[in-house]
Design a protein around this ligand. Structure first.
Ligand code: NG1
Ligand code: ZN
Length: 533
């Protein structure tokens, strides 16, 4: 019962460009916006099928290329609980995107229907949103054609952040149930976050205003909109809010700029004085990097690892103070990119797991703890409270005033934290909560541990697929013999660690190295890169 004529007629309007092979990877489909028209149409059809497969639950579609340059764009699907698309469907996405002709596409759709045993009589419901990229409106129009072709009921969430779209998906699908996530509107999102934040910091001295670098992206809108909800509980000084200026998005600003250059965005050069803190969002506001200027006027970066250490320490303390140590196990999930010092600091305090790069791996591993904290070094992360733990927190009867206070804070954290995906705004409020509770400035936070100097380099190789890894990407199994050579090199460096892995988002191999001295970390990275090349 596929509406083959409708699909064919509309598919003809969105032909696939020849010679391009699309791949649904860790970031969905992502490439130049100008070549994505057919992909968006086909993703529309796929989103409808995914919804039908899940009995008409609402599926999300986000059109964004995150921290990438402005001409890029991308698209990813959001499953009903607000999480990334189930891994087994990534192959369906790739097969639909690469069908050469309309006829091939119809066959590919039919194959997905049969393979995934989809009941086409079920309804299809899809909500979609986009970031501020100039290519967004036309790509959304292509997506809408795909949704129309499959007969989906749609809701346009407009221009909004990736984490807000994830929130909306979960809120819609839990509406009226005992697991209701919040009102399914931006207003519901801002109310939920700001309400919890105000309770968490009530009675604490107000922190100095926070400089927020919005990467000239959609995060600027979210920051502006939450201001009235926050009242005087927190003051922002927003920067890089030029969402309509061509070429400005992620250009010399934003979380990825800060992480990869380990520098303050030039536009903030005169904004931060010694002792002051600030933070950067990425282009779709799902990554957060903090920084401050130290007493010697030097820029100091507080990355995802530092956020994880700050937040995990706070949560462990609250669990203990609430008297719930025996019932609630807090754990941390990192990737190989986590700074070695952070891993050591955390492993002394709680269980730490290392998983391959990609939010889906971190998220799933974090679900195995009662409270799972995950952050990538690049600033993407969140905290997950298992359903049982949320039940425990809801029903627990504290026996002292101190326990009661800690319990109240934990309950508010469940509301404050966007548990569907990394969320720069929610994570920002989380960090500010801990800083307020601990009376920390950037200096005290930074001194939890001292980062090992490190270096990340990209290597262009003839065949990226020749590089295969094991042990959460920390060791190469192929090309054969290479890992032995890396090991031999690493041994010669004090505090040395290095690994090589193929990127999941670019056609390159990445080399990471750290060592006790910056010059040594650089040298190690370049010598390992020399082995790879
Ligand atoms: P790849 O290209 O696979 O290294 C990059 C980031 C990941 C993650 C994904 C998804 C680094 C070194 N890698 O992956 O952490 O964010 O993009 O966007 O930062
Ligand atoms: Zn992003």
């Amino acid at each position: 019962q596929l509406p083959l004529d409708d699909i064919a007629r509309l598919a003809d309007l969105h032909p696939k460009p020849g010679h391009i092979r699309f791949q649904y990877g860790t970031a969905g489909f992502r490439t130049l916006g100008s070549v994505l028209d057919s992909v968006l149409f086909r993703v529309g059809v796929l989103a409808g099928l995914r919804s039908k497969k899940l009995d008409g639950k609402t599926i999300g579609v986000m059109v964004t290329a995150s921290h990438n340059p402005e001409p890029d764009n991308g698209v990813k699907l959001v499953d009903p609980r607000g999480e990334m698309l189930e891994a087994s469907w990534e192959a369906h996405a790739t097969s639909l995107a690469n069908a050469a002709s309309t006829e091939d596409f119809l066959q590919a759709v039919d194959a997905v229907v049969k393979n995934a045993k989809i009941d086409l009589s079920k309804p299809a419901k899809v909500i979609y949103a986009r970031d501020t990229r100039p290519s967004g409106p036309s790509l959304v129009a292509s997506l809408e054609d795909g949704l129309k072709a499959i007969g989906a009921e749609t809701r346009d969430a407009g221009v909004t952040t990736t984490p807000i779209l994830h929130y909306l998906v979960r809120a819609i699908n839990t509406k009226g149930t005992s697991a209701e996530y919040g009102d399914d509107s931006e207003d519901g999102y801002f109310k939920k976050l700001s309400g919890a934040f105000k309770q968490l910091v009530s009675g604490k001295p107000a922190l100095p205003p926070l400089v927020v670098d919005c990467a000239n992206g959609v995060g600027a809108n979210a920051v502006e909109k939450i201001v009235p909800y926050l009242g005087d509980s927190l003051t922002f000084i927003p920067h890089n809010t030029a969402t309509a200026t061509p070429g400005a998005l992620n250009n010399a600003c934003g979380a990825d700029y800060v992480k990869t250059t380990q520098k303050l965005p030039p536009s903030l050069a005169n904004e931060l004085k010694s002792g002051e803190r600030g933070c950067s969002f990425d282009g779709d506001a799902d990554r957060l990097m903090y920084f401050y200027i130290d007493a010697r006027n030097q820029f100091r970066m507080l990355d995802g690892d530092k956020i994880a250490a700050l937040v995990a320490g706070f949560i462990v303390e609250l669990v203990k103070n609430a008297g719930l140590e025996e019932k609630i196990r807090v754990g941390i999930v990192q990737t190989a990119y986590a700074n070695g010092s952070s891993t050591k600091y955390l492993a002394d305090r709680l269980p730490v797991r290392c998983v391959p790069t990609g939010v889906k791996h971190l998220h799933h591993a974090a679900e195995h703890f009662n409270i799972g904290v995950y952050f990538e070094a690049n600033g993407h992360g969140t905290v997950l409270f298992s359903p049982e733990t949320q039940g425990t927190l809801a029903s627990y009867e504290p026996s002292t005033p101190a326990q009661s206070t800690a319990l109240k804070h934990l309950r508010n954290l469940v509301q404050l934290i966007n548990q569907t995906v990394g969320d720069a705004l929610s994570d920002l409020l989380l960090v500010e909560t801990v800083l307020a509770h601990k009376s920390y400035s950037g200096v005290e936070w930074d001194s939890l541990y001292v980062d090992l100097p490190n270096r990340l380099v990209k290597v262009l190789v003839a065949d990226v697929r020749a590089f295969q890894t094991e042990d959460a990407e920390r060791r190469l199994v192929s090309p054969r013999g290479l890992q032995g050579k890396i090991d031999a090199l690493v041994k010669r460096y004090e505090g040395g660690r290095s690994f090589v892995r193929p990127s999941g988002t670019e056609d390159v191999v990445r080399v990471y190295a750290e060592a006790v001295m910056k010059s040594q970390a650089d040298e190690l990275a370049f010598r390992v890169a020399g082995l790879v090349y």
